[in-house]
Ligand binder design. Structure first.
Ligand code: FAQ
Length: 341
C-alpha cells in the first residue's frame, strides 16, 4: 500500500501513462468517476466521504503517510542538539520547532486516516522499512550550525514544496498544509536568523556555517524528488490536482530564492556551475548525484539505520501510554453502560 498501486510506463508519453488507471466497471461507477473528474477539472475539493477512485486514495495515503513519517523522523536530527543549544533562547526555539514537527506529523496522520487507513498500519510501514520518508533526514547533524542550516535550507525547501500542497485537491491534506506552512515559515526564519548571528561572530563560527552549508546544499536540492523525466508519480499526481508544480520547477524556484539569501548571509553555495542565466531568467546549477539519492531512499544512507532504530524504540517505549489510554477508554465505556442500565 505504500508504493504506487499502478505502474506508469516510462515512455515519455504522459497521455498513455494516464490510461493505466483502471476503468470503472459499472454504469453507476462510471457516473461517479465522471463527477469526480468534473470536480477535479473545476479545481474543486474532494472530501473524505466523497467517492474517489481507489488509485487516487492509494496515492494520497502513500504521499500523506510518507510526509507524516518525514515530519516525525525529521524531529531526530534536531532533537539531537536540544541538550547542546548554546543559550536558553536557542534551546527554547529549538524545542518549540521540534515539537511543531511532531504536531505536523499528527495532523498528517489524521489526514491520512480520513482515507480509511489506520495509524498502526502507517507506522508498521515506517517501522518495517517499507514506507519512505524524506531522504534529507538520513544525514548526521555534526555541529550547531547544522541547526541553522536545517531551518534555512531544509525548511526552506519544505515550504517551497508545501505551499502548492495548500491547493491540493484532497481537502483534509490541503487544510493541514495551511497550518504546517505557517509554522514552517517561522522555522525557516529562525534558522536564517541564527546563521546571521553566527556569521557576525568569530572566524570559527563562520567556518562552521560554511561547512554546514557545504554538507547540506546538494541534499536539499535532492529533497524535491527525482527529475521530472524520472518521476513516475508526477503525471497522475498533477492530473489529480495533488501536485501543482513539478519537482524540477520547485527545485529551480528554490535555487532562485536561495542564492540571494546566501549572498546576504555571506556564505558561498558549493556549486561551481551555479550562475545566473539571463536568457532563462533563472540560475543554472550543476548536476545532482542521483545515485546517492537513490541509495539513501533505499535505506543505505549514513543515518537510515539509526533513524529507524530510534523511531522503533520510541514507539515501543510508548506502548504503556497507548495501553493506559485504551484501558481508560474501556473503563469509561463500562461506566457509561452501567449508568445507562
Ligand atoms: N526522499 O515520482 P516521484 C520536512 C520517492 S517535510 C525520499 O517524484 P512524488 C519538514 C517518492 O516517494 C519533507 N523519497 O514521487 C521538516 C517516490 O517513491 P514511491 C517531506 C523520495 O510523490 C523540516 C519516488 O521517489 N515532504 O522536511 C523523495 O510524485 C525540517 C519517485 O518520486 C513531503 O513529503 C525524497 N526526497 O513526488 C521536518 C511533501 N523524493 O512513493 C523536520 C509531500 C521522491 O512511489 C525538520 N510529498 N521520493 O515509492 C511530495 O510533495 C511528493 O511526494 C514528493 C515526491 C515531491 C516528495
Amino acid at each position: 500500500m505504500y508504493t504506487q498501486s499502478f505502474s506508469v510506463p516510462d515512455e515519455g508519453d504522459k497521455q498513455a501513462a494516464l490510461k493505466t488507471v483502471p476503468k470503472p466497471q459499472s454504469a453507476a461507477e462510471a457516473e461517479l468517476q465522471k463527477r469526480f473528474d468534473e470536480r477535479i477539472d473545476a479545481d474543486g475539493r474532494i472530501e473524505p466521504r466523497d467517492w474517489m477512485p481507489e488509485a487516487y486514495r492509494k496515492t494520497l495515503v502513500r504521499q500523506i503517510s510518507q510526509h507524516a513519517h518525514s515530519e516525525i523522523v525529521g524531529m531526530l536530527p534536531e532533537g539531537n542538539w536540544i541538550s547542546r543549544a548554546p543559550s536558553l533562547k536557542r534551546k527554547a526555539i529549538l524545542i518549540a520547532k521540534v515539537q511543531d514537527e511532531g504536531g505536523h506529523g499528527l495532523y498528517l496522520y489524521s489526514a491520512a486516516e480520513t482515507l480509511g487507513t489506520s495509524r498502526d498500519q502507517m507506522l508498521d510501514g515506517l517501522h518495517s522499512g517499507k514506507a519512505k520518508y524524506s531522504s534529507i533526514f538520513n544525514y548526521p547533524t555534526l555541529s550547531w550550525a547544522d541547526m541553522g542550516v536545517i531551518g534555512w535550507l531544509v525548511d526552506g525547501a519544505a515550504i517551497m514544496n508545501q505551499i502548492p500542497l495548500c491547493r491540493c485537491s484532497y481537502g483534509p491534506y490541503a487544510r493541514a498544509m495551511v497550518r504546517v506552512c505557517k509554522e514552517e515559515s517561522f522555522h525557516q526564519r529562525q534558522g536564517y536568523e541564527a546563521l546571521l548571528v553566527m556569521m557576525k561572530g568569530s572566524q570559527a563560527q563562520r567556518e562552521m556555517v560554511q561547512d554546514a552549508v557545504n554538507r547540506y546544499w546538494w541534499k536539499c536540492l535532492a529533497m524535491f524528488g527525482p527529475p521530472d523525466a524520472d518521476s513516475p508519480n508526477s503525471a497522475q499526481g498533477t492530473r489529480w490536482g495533488i501536485k501543482r508544480i513539478s519537482n524540477d520547477d520547485l527545485r529551480q524556484k528554490f535555487v532562485d530564492a536561495t542564492v540571494p539569501q546566501a549572498e546576504v548571509l555571506g556564505v558561498s553555495l558549493p556549486d561551481p556551475d551555479l550562475k545566473w542565466n539571463e536568457a532563462r531568467g533563472h540560475y543554472d546549477y550543476g548536476a545532482i548525484d542521483w545515485d546517492e539519492f537513490w541509495q539513501v531512499v533505499n535505506g543505505h544512507g549514513p543515518m537510515n539505520r539509526e533513524r529507524l532504530a530510534t523511531r522503533v524504540k520510541a514507539h515501543d517505549d510508548g506502548a504503556w501510554v497507548r495501553d493506559a489510554a485504551v484501558a481508560h477508554a474501556d473503563k469509561q465505556k463500562q461506566r457509561a453502560l452501567k449508568s445507562a442500565a
